[in-house]
Design a protein around this ligand. Structure first.
Ligand SMILES: [Zn+2]
Length: 136
């Protein structure tokens, strides 16, 4: 998908204020997590109120990085009994293992790291189910 070219700000209504920006470094503050930084983002932002939109590519990078960063930070908080095997989850949702990996990468299934391996978290299964439904 091509990035929509914004001119007027949909947020504050300023005319011609939307400018394309690249190499944006953004600090993300999510409740319950340590803040973390993602670099090299791009999108259209308002020079008046600084509201804006990331490009689709940047949105994907953000979703993927958010999921990954949460996974790393959650790894210290979540106990093994809250995890589910990828195989088991794939069977439960009737999708392939690859799809599970893809959904974790897209931030649609919450997961944590155990060593270098990713494990889906049981509490994230409900939202994963609805993501699968939307996809079908
Ligand atoms: Zn604005």
């Amino acid at each position: 998908m091509k990035l929509k070219k914004w001119k007027d700000c949909p947020s504050c209504g300023a005319k011609g204020s939307m400018k394309y920006k690249k190499n944006i470094t953004e600090t993300f503050n999510i409740e319950g997590y340590e803040p973390f930084i993602i670099v090299s983002l791009d999108g259209y932002f308002c020079s008046v109120c600084s509201e804006g939109f990331y490009s689709n590519k940047s949105e994907k990078i953000i979703n993927s990085n958010l999921a990954d960063e949460k996974a790393k930070q959650d790894s210290q908080k979540i106990v093994a009994s809250e995890l589910i095997e990828i195989d088991t989850l794939a069977r439960k949702l009737s999708v392939s293992r690859q799809r599970i990996h893809q959904m974790m990468d897209e931030g649609k299934i919450r997961y944590v790291y155990v060593g270098k391996l990713k494990f889906p978290v049981k509490s994230g299964i409900a939202s994963a189910k609805s993501a699968v439904k939307r996809h079908k």
